[in-house]
Design a protein around this ligand. Structure first.
Ligand code: 6GU
Length: 286
């Protein structure tokens, strides 16, 4: 997965994405994090990219032209990287990239693709590169959208600041509007980082086996069951005895009950949509 982040604060993106599992993933080539500094496209001596809002009111608005230039630069870099990756794949048909894509295709339950058809689909004519604007004025990111985005080869992310971005450049360049929750942040960078973190977990190779146990979490709209490790007793609190029995059937049942109880307690809104619970209560045909 290749990310191209248009931002006024590229350091913030590299700082977050260079740490821990995501940093390792980038170092090992499973993801690439590229930034375009919107300020580089300012036409002012002051290097500013904001101006007063038409119609008055508080705050500043990001001008359309520097944002447009930044997004175009991101799309051009994406295309160059796509071509480079394609020729690398052609040179070595059994590269990690080809295996990654095959694995993603399998997960998406799509029919198997030949090298040629995959090639076609990833060109600009076959499928438009998604340009995602991070904003609270949008649908909230969820695991379904995360998994959908993980099937892309590349994503362009646009981070705004101040009161927002001139509406016209959004209309002209943005394909998706995404929020990370119903609160307002000072800028889109943390939203972009959250999106990239969640999406990268689905990129093959990013998580190691011992980190993928939560891979199916949220899939059926249930929160995860509680986890325990040694010691068996800590601060007078004992590990639930069932976990020590070695009876995997009973353990699985207990964990499912815990997941349901925890969801009921903390996120009852999720239970309404739980397919698993629905079939559990009403049977598969209800
Ligand atoms: Cl993605 N950006 C900003 N600026 N604020 C937000 C957000 C994003 N998601 C929730 N609030």
């Amino acid at each position: 997965m290749r990310y191209y982040v248009c931002t006024l604060f590229p350091d913030m993106i590299h700082q977050i994405m260079g740490t821990s599992i995501l940093g390792r993933a980038e170092k090992n080539g499973y993801i690439s994090v590229n930034t375009v500094n919107i300020r580089d496209f300012s036409r002012k001596n002051s290097m500013r990219v904001d101006d007063y809002p038409y119609g008055g009111g508080a705050g500043m608005v990001m001008e359309p032209e520097p944002v447009y230039q930044a997004v175009q630069a991101a799309l051009q870099r994406a295309e160059a990287d796509r071509r480079a990756e394609a020729s690398r794949r052609a040179a070595d048909g059994r590269s990690a990239g080809a295996e990654q894509r095959a694995e993603l295709d399998r997960r998406a339950a799509e029919p198997a693709q030949t090298e040629e058809s995959r090639e076609e689909k990833s060109t600009p004519s076959g499928r438009r590169t998604r340009v995602i604007y991070l904003t609270p004025q949008a649908k909230v990111l969820d695991q379904t959208l995360v998994e959908e985005l993980a099937r892309e080869e590349e994503l362009v992310l646009l981070c705004g600041h101040y009161e927002g971005i001139d509406e016209r450049v959004l209309q002209e360049t943005v394909t998706d509007y995404v929020s990370i929750g119903d609160y307002v942040l000072t800028g889109g960078e943390l939203g972009a980082a959250v999106l990239m973190d969640a999406v990268s977990r689905f990129v093959p190779g990013v998580l190691h086996n011992d980190e993928s146990s939560q891979f199916e979490s949220m899939q059926d709209n249930l929160l995860e069951y509680p986890h325990f490790t040694r010691p068996e007793e800590w601060h007078g609190r004992k590990v639930p005895p069932v976990l020590l029995t070695g009876d995997h059937g009973k353990i699985e049942e207990w964990r499912y009950q815990q997941a349901v109880a925890r969801t009921q307690e903390r996120r009852p809104d999720l239970l309404k949509n739980s397919f698993t619970l629905h079939t559990f209560w009403y049977g598969p045909q209800a």
